[in-house]
Structures are given as C-alpha cells and as structure tokens.
Design a protein. Structure first.
Ligand code: SAM
Length: 286
C-alpha cells in the first residue's frame, strides 16, 4: 500500500485526480509519518471501538484508525476527495465515508445507525476554520462518545486546555470543562503539513464525563459564560450588565447572591462561580 506521508506519493495521487488544495476548507494534509500513528494510538483503546473521523482528506489518519478500530466512519465535505479515498483506502472493509458537512449532520442518528453496541470516540485533524463550532457541537449534542482526540491550532489548544480561573481561560475553556477533562497530548510543527500552515498545532484529548456542576438551567449557564467573556477586559459587573441588558444594580444583586466580587474579571471565575451566577439570575427572573 502507498505511503500517504510520502510527499511525492501524495503529489502523484492528487495530480492524477486533478486535486488542488482548498484554503477555505482548511485543507492542510499531514505528512509527518509519526503524527497519525500517535494520534490513532491515543484515540483507539481496544479493537471494538468505533471512530468518527471528521475530514479524512486523502486518508492518512483514517488508515491508522482503520488498522486499530472495529469501524471508522469518516465525514468529508469535499466530494473531490471521494475518488481519492476509494483509491487510498479501498482495501479496508471497516470504513464508511459520508460526504457531508459535519456541522449539518445528525450525529446522534449516525452513531446509532453505524456503531450499535460499540464504544465510540472522535478523532480528527480538524479543519481549523470550524474548530470551536465542531467541538461545541460534539459536546452540546450530548453524544454517546467517550473521548475526542483532535489536532487544533496551538493557540486553540491552550484555550481549550486552560484551567478556568486562569489567564488563558475563555468562554470555550469553561464550556469544555463543564463536559470533559481536557489534556494536551503533544505539539506538532507547521512543517508536518502540506501545504504548511502559518501556525503550529497541537493534539489534545477531551475525556467526557458527567457535568461537574449542576446549574438549574443550562441555557442560562451558557448565556452567563458568553456574556461574562463578551468584554473580557471589563469587570464581570460591566460585562454582564451590557451583554444581558440588565441595569448595574440588578447585576450587583445577582453577583452578591452568587458570592462573586463585582470587580472580578471573567477569566478569574470558576465553573462553580458561573453556575452560582446563573442560578441567581434564574431565581431573580422567577
Ligand atoms: N485528515 C486529513 C489529514 O490529516 O491529512 C485532512 C485534514 S484537513 C486539516 C481537514 C479536512 O476536513 C479536509 O479534508 C477538508 O476537506 C475537510 N473539511 C473541511 N470542512 C469540513 C466540514 N464542514 N465537514 C467535514 N469535513 C470538512
């Protein structure tokens, strides 16, 4: 079988299919031979595991997943890559390629239809233009998955793996911690891709668990997180007052009930603080 990390092999396959890279679709294919085996090894633990891959490209990571997993379903938006994948991975009978936009797919249905009875994990070298929406969809849809092992931009990895209450924390940091424990696995230099992006990358793994705090209303909880970070340089009093369109005295009362200093900044707040603010806001609207 062809080596999908060998630059001349990849160029040859792509030129035979008349394929040119699309920047808009975030097409940077992995050519560093050590990265995909490492990712697949971390993602797939046990041979009865089903893997949902997002954006297989020409199948370099897919191949490593297929070697280790019971089944791989790979969702690829660019239909020009379908004949390429038939050529590179046609020998595997545990692969299904779905030509769709992952953000538009009913992933619950896909998982039920394709992976009955298997433990399911997600593994992907994500198209960077949709990193946050994809991760939030995977989490908010409350899919029956064990873990998410993904390559993201280095800066995104820092945000996704930050501890709430620290300087690198942002709205997505807090949302991610609500659903899972994030772990930074390893760094990947930009030269590991063809074409090379401008930024370095990192592989992270999110281990899903039951939410660690129980806000009375999840929608309010996420509204408060987004609102508090909307103007992250402002105090939580000012930021929440403008994002929730509430007057300052009302927000002062809410923060007091939640035991949060009105001069605090969002990046300093913990998950518990956000849950307490959200509950105080709900109690006030009753
Ligand atoms: N997995 C391959 C690799 O590691 O070399 C390719 C990764 S490349 C960074 C991202 C892939 O995601 C591309 O194949 C691109 O066409 C695909 N893609 C982009 N947007 C997508 C979407 N909304 N849904 C599914 N796939 C998408």
């Amino acid at each position: 079988m062809e080596r999908l990390t060998d630059i001349s092999t990849v160029k040859n396959i792509l030129s035979r299919h008349g394929f040119t890279f699309s920047k808009v679709l975030g097409q940077n294919f992995l050519i560093n031979p050590s990265v995909c085996p490492r990712m697949a090894e971390a993602a797939v633990q046990g041979d009865r595991v089903g893997v949902l891959e997002i954006g297989p490209g020409i199948g370099v990571l897919t191949k490593e997943l297929l070697e280790r997993a019971g089944k791989v379903v790979a969702v690829e938006l660019d239909k020009r890559l379908l004949p390429v994948l038939s050529e590179t991975l046609g020998a595997y009978d545990n692969l299904k390629v779905v030509n769709a936009d992952v953000l538009e797919l009913d992933l619950h249905k896909l998982i039920t239809d394709e992976f009955g009875g298997m433990d399911v994990v997600v593994c992907a070298n994500l198209p960077y233009y949709i990193t946050s929406p994809v991760i939030m969809k995977l989490l908010e849809d409350k899919l029956p998955i064990k873990s998410i092992t993904v390559m993201v931009q280095k800066e995104a990895a820092v945000r996704l793996c930050a501890e709430p209450g620290t300087r690198d924390s942002s709205a997505i940091t807090v949302a991610v911690r609500y659903y899972c424990d994030p772990e930074l696995l390893f760094h990947v230099s930009s030269g590991s891709f063809m074409p090379a992006p401008k930024v370095d990358s990192a592989v992270i793994q999110l281990h899903l668990h039951e939410p660690v705090v129980q806000p009375k209303n999840e929608a309010t909880f996420f509204k408060v997180i987004k609102g508090a970070f909307a103007q992250r340089r402002k105090t939580v009093l000012n930021s929440l007052s403008s994002s929730l369109s509430l007057d300052k005295n009302a927000v002062r009362d809410i923060l007091k009930a939640a035991g949060v200093e009105e001069t605090a900044r969002a990046e300093r707040l913990t998950l518990e603080n956000f849950a307490d603010i959200s509950n105080a806001l709900d109690d006030r609207s009753k």
